[in-house]
Design a protein around this ligand. Structure first.
Ligand SMILES: *Cc1c(COP(=O)(O)O)cnc(C)c1O
Length: 399
């Protein structure tokens, strides 16, 4: 009864922006979550690619506890030691020289957009403010980032949108060339389109975009909010693709569950931000940085987790392919990289997600008919076997 009352309260107090499952989670450990009524769930959704180390990983818990006792927040008018350590570790493992810390993916992208415009103005003069992005992309929910996003469903009702974005089909270099004018300053892309249904880059696409950017003095900005932090088996997805971006954004997995975002860039671009150009009250505060530092250190330790991500990803992929062979009239395609995987269905997937949920496994549905799997990097073969059993049972009921 207590639970029913709480659910009613939740439904009456919160703005109705989310269609939530009727469950209240109170505890998590590793791959598992427990609801208030004591039911156990296996989490293949990972807080939408956030819980990269699983729930309440001991290293993350201890880092947050220790930092909370030492110093929680101090303004960016001052330096803080944890922010410095995190910056160094992050930059040492990337193409970039400098970082700006914020609190979310949308904010990290806002900073990237502002930096690209400011940089174009300082090196190339007035009038270069346009950014080319992809159709079917997702870059966040603020006005600037829904304007950047190439999906009308996130924009409708919020017009007027921010001017200065042009959308072209993903994986289409010719369209990028056609959309480039003397007003263009940058191209912003996800390495793999996450919310767009795990759409993979075609071979050579990013190298061709890089070449086009170099020839035309454009910045190449990568939104790795979903793909970054080891999700694809490397720390950053661009490492698979044989090119380097100019600006890259991170959030989701960065804090292992604690909110933090980052925008990283090469020195010559980063220096277009000067004193007062940009700021954030909370961005990079000691507690958030301690969480991100522990997360990043754990991912990088001996490369064990990155190797496991690739290995487990391959195991899930093979099993999904087996399911596709077994249910050819329901499953259209399976795709993905590392532990960012998708199964496209011939029908809407909400019914499947619901049936899987009722059997104690959490998965997610993206772009209407695509099931998405993004478990923590600590997922085991046993967990995978359970997922596949449940999926298989649900799919056979449907077929
Ligand atoms: C989730 C996501 C965002 C937005 O992140 P928030 O933290 O929700 O603002 C931006 N870009 C991509 C690729 C994402 O997956």
């Amino acid at each position: 009864m207590e639970i029913k009352k709480l659910l009613d309260e939740s439904n009456s107090y919160m703005m109705e922006t989310y269609k939530r499952f009727p469950v209240i989670f109170v505890k998590g450990r590793g791959m598992k979550l427990w609801s208030m009524d004591g039911k156990e769930y296996l989490d293949f959704m990972g807080g939408i690619a956030v819980n990269i180390l699983g729930h309440c990983h001991p290293k993350l818990v201890v880092a947050i506890q220790k930092q909370a006792q030492r110093l929680i927040h101090v303004s960016n008018f001052f330096h803080n030691d944890v922010q410095i350590k995190l910056a160094k570790l992050l930059l040492d493992h990337s193409f970039a020289d400098r970082v700006f810390f914020s609190n979310s993916g949308a904010e990290a992208n806002e900073a990237a957009i502002k930096l690209a415009r400011k940089h174009a103005k300082s090196v190339r003069g007035e009038g270069r403010s346009e950014i080319i992005t992809a159709l079917n992309s997702f870059h966040g929910r603020t006005i600037a980032t829904i304007s950047a996003t190439g999906q009308p469903r996130f924009q409708q009702g919020f017009e007027p949108l921010l001017p200065g974005f042009r959308h072209v089909p993903f994986n289409d270099v010719e369209s990028i060339k056609e959309a480039t004018t003397d007003k263009t300053c940058a191209i912003m892309l996800e390495p793999i389109q996450g919310e767009g249904g795990i759409r993979m880059p075609s071979p050579g696409f990013f190298k061709a975009v890089r070449k086009h950017c170099d020839e035309n003095g454009l910045l190449l900005m990568l939104d790795e909010v979903q793909t970054g932090m080891g999700r694809t088996g490397k720390l950053f997805a661009y490492e698979h693709l044989d090119f380097e971006p100019d600006i890259l954004t991170l959030a989701k997995g960065l804090g292992g569950g604690f909110p933090i975002g980052a925008t990283i860039a090469r020195e010559e671009i980063a220096k277009s931000f000067d004193y007062g150009s940009h700021g954030s009250t909370f961005g990079g505060n000691p507690l958030a940085c301690a969480a991100a530092l522990a997360t990043l250190e754990t991912i990088l330790e001996d490369g064990i987790l990155l190797g496991e991500c690739t290995r487990m990803g391959q195991i899930i992929m093979n099993k999904l392919i087996e399911l596709k062979d077994k249910f050819p009239n329901i499953i259209v395609d399976v795709r993905g990289k590392g532990l960012l995987l998708a199964m496209e269905l011939t029908r809407e997937c909400s019914q499947v997600v619901q049936a899987v949920f009722e059997r104690g496994v959490l998965i997610n549905c993206t772009s209407v008919n695509t099931l998405r799997f993004m478990p923590p990097l600590i997922v085991s073969e046993e967990d995978i076997a359970r997922l596949i059993d449940v999926l298989s049972e649900v799919l056979s009921r449907l077929s």
